[in-house]
Design a protein around this ligand. Structure first.
Ligand code: NAP
Length: 282
């Protein structure tokens, strides 16, 4: 393998340790509330890992596991109550919500100063103009990785595969703000292979196992695999054919152990940022 493997697990541990140290110096512990509606097993795993991250960082945390039949009204009332709570700095509603609940209305109800997922339109707007209060967790985690490995997007051709509000779009914005020249591809992009193969920094966030083959990787490129898919054997994997892409890339992220742990660490960082904001600490 020619490429350097970017170790997201190690970097996430380092980031969480920094967060823990800063949190310990605050007058009050940062507090995170996580709301889970329904019994989606994957969401349950994510919520459990968030609780563990909070413990590691010395945060106060609360978890609300609501039944699938929860009404929009009672969910909004819970968000409203948490908005007013002094010991809660961040509110996270685990997505996707069960059918019948209006995700947009719920995200809009979260106080932007407690929106540690960076999904509220206010925070999306701040991000768009280059003045983010919070970093969107997954793309922010990718930027931390690039920085750690001294990879500067400035002047580089960056290609993002996927245009979701959670990953693709904010990823493109962060790379653009870092002076990359960015192309965003999606399911209607006809020349995706050629565009990908022209990238100095290629970020794949599609959710299709085996999408990114070696012919789509430029010699010496940086390949970031955001996806978390399950292959036929039920094993966690990304979009990128790792072994063959690693033969051409200069840097590559594995799945698991790449972007995933960084996303979790960034949530802790954002909760710390919110706690500082609420406690008037710079
Ligand atoms: P999403 O909302 O389903 O978006 C997928 C994007 O990929 C869409 O923009 C879609 O295009 C595009 N797409 C679909 N098929 C394509 C194709 N054949 N060629 C090019 N583009 C195609 O997914 P998401 O929430 O962004 O997540 C993407 C992946 O990242 C998933 O595997 C998810 O599990 C993973 N993820 C990982 C983390 C992490 O922490 N590592 C965090 C979040 C998500 P259209 O817009 O045209 O439909």
């Amino acid at each position: 393998m020619a490429a350097t493997r970017i170790d997201g697990k190690a970097l996430a541990a380092k980031l969480k340790e920094q967060v823990r140290e800063e949190a310990a110096a605050l007058p009050r512990k940062p507090g995170l509330a996580v709301i889970l509606v329904g019994d989606d097993p994957a969401s349950r795993v994510y919520v459990t890992s968030k609780r563990k991250d909070c413990e590691e960082c010395g945060f106060y945390s609360e978890e609300y596991a609501l039944p699938a039949g929860t009404t929009q009204k009672s969910l909004l009332e819970l968000v409203e109550e948490l908005n007013g709570r002094e010991n809660i700095d961040g509110i996270l509603v685990q997505l996707p919500l069960p059918k019948g609940l209006d995700e947009r209305e719920v995200l809009l109800a979260i106080d932007p100063a407690k929106d540690v997922d960076c999904f509220h339109p206010y925070n999306v707007g701040q991000l768009t103009i280059g003045a983010p209060v919070f970093q969107p967790c997954t793309p922010g985690g990718v930027m931390e990785m690039l920085q750690e490995y001294h990879i500067d997007p400035a002047g580089k051709r960056c290609v993002v595969l996927g245009r979701s509000n959670i990953v693709g779009k904010p990823m493109a914005l962060l790379l653009l703000h870092a002076n990359g020249t960015v192309a965003v591809c999606h399911s209607k992009t006809p020349d995706l292979k050629e565009l990908a193969a022209s990238a100095d920094i290629l970020v794949s966030a599609v959710g299709r196992t085996g999408l990114v083959t070696a012919d789509m990787v430029k010699e010496g490129a940086v390949v970031i695999d955001v996806a978390m898919n399950r292959n036929e054997a039920g094993k966690l994997c990304g979009d990128v054919c790792f072994e063959e892409a690693a033969e051409k890339a200069a840097y590559i992220t594995p799945v698991p152990g790449g972007v995933g742990p960084m996303t979790r660490a960034m949530l802790m960082k954002n909760t710390l940022t919110a706690a500082k904001l609420h406690q008037g600490v710079k």
